[in-house]
Design a protein around this ligand. Structure first.
Ligand code: URA
Length: 295
């Protein structure tokens, strides 16, 4: 297929368009005109056709459904995950996650952790994202909110929850007397998945040691998990968010201390299902009660 790209700017815009649409990997060296293949006659078969064998249980040739979400509607309208794993071309996902854990454990401050992430090449998302989206808010806060992954606004600005979901989150926090000077905000995955697709389980596995280290360094009294991916990643529950929400789960810090992790609905979900805001309001009241130290 040819495009009317005349100069470097056109080509950059075209590449941006592809990445925005979730087309972020090259499958071959040379482009293929798939439209002409539709009209072409099928190639002559030289070999006898083998009967089809059942695919092995671990066949990865088909994209998987979103295992993190269960039946819960996704918080953001993201497209399906790609068939690739999330690490750099040179590392296997398990190795990248192990590398991430070892490196994260060595960081002694949030600044060091952020610097480490800026240099980390084990997650493929960093190569398509415009910016690292590390955190916003006050690292001394008693409460830390954790979302799923940045979207387009966050990627552009480099801070979490900057778009419409962020505006709603700000209003929800304000309703219980919190703002970004009294709360700390981060995501499970600190780079935007292209085209707003879901982070793959491998990408989550690679990024998880970083957010766990971030939680340990912030050392909040209460964690708030926004949506199912955050709740399931941080608490280990397999429950969907409509079941998990409103519950305080134990969250163990590396030094053995236990803090509480409250599961609640993701603001992006609430934008699409405003009737569910009453449930989120209940959760935020429970959060306020917990922060006030009232049983
Ligand atoms: N949704 C998230 O989960 N995180 C953000 O930072 C923005 C939207």
């Amino acid at each position: 297929m040819t495009f009317p790209a005349t100069g470097q700017d056109d080509l950059i815009a075209l590449l941006d368009f592809h990445v925005e649409s979730g087309v972020d990997i090259a499958l071959d060296e040379a482009p293929h005109d798939r439209f002409s293949e539709i009209d072409a006659p099928p190639p002559a078969r030289e070999m006898p056709i083998e009967p089809r064998r059942a695919a092995p249980a671990d066949d990865r040739s088909e994209p998987r459904r979103e295992p993190l979400r269960g039946r819960e509607p996704p918080p953001e309208p993201r497209s399906a995950a790609p068939r690739t794993f999330g690490g750099s071309a040179s590392a296997k996902p398990g190795e990248a996650a192990g590398d991430a854990r070892a490196k994260a454990a060595e960081t002694a401050s949030l600044d060091e952790l952020e610097a480490l992430l800026r240099d980390f090449e084990g997650c493929g998302l960093r190569f398509t994202a415009k910016n690292l989206v590390f955190a916003d808010g006050n690292p001394q806060a008693r409460v830390m909110f954790v979302g799923e992954a940045p979207g387009a606004d966050e990627d552009r600005i480099g801070k979490p929850f900057m778009g419409r979901s962020g505006q709603l989150l700000d209003r929800m926090m304000a309703a219980i007397g919190l703002d970004r000077s009294s709360a700390y905000i981060a995501n499970i995955v600190p780079w935007r998945p292209p085209g707003n697709r879901n982070p793959t389980p491998q990408e989550v596995a690679i990024c998880r040691p970083f957010v766990e280290r971030q939680i340990a360094l912030v050392d909040p009294e209460i964690l708030v998990c926004l949506g199912a991916p955050s709740t399931q990643t941080l608490t280990g529950t397999k429950d969907g968010i409509l079941k998990a929400r409103g519950r305080f789960y134990p969250y163990r810090l590396p030094d053995g201390r236990e803090i509480r992790a409250l599961a609640t609905l993701h603001p992006a979900y609430l934008l699409r299902q405003p009737v569910q805001k009453r449930l989120a309001w209940r959760d935020f009241r429970a959060l306020k009660t917990a922060l006030d130290g009232v049983k």
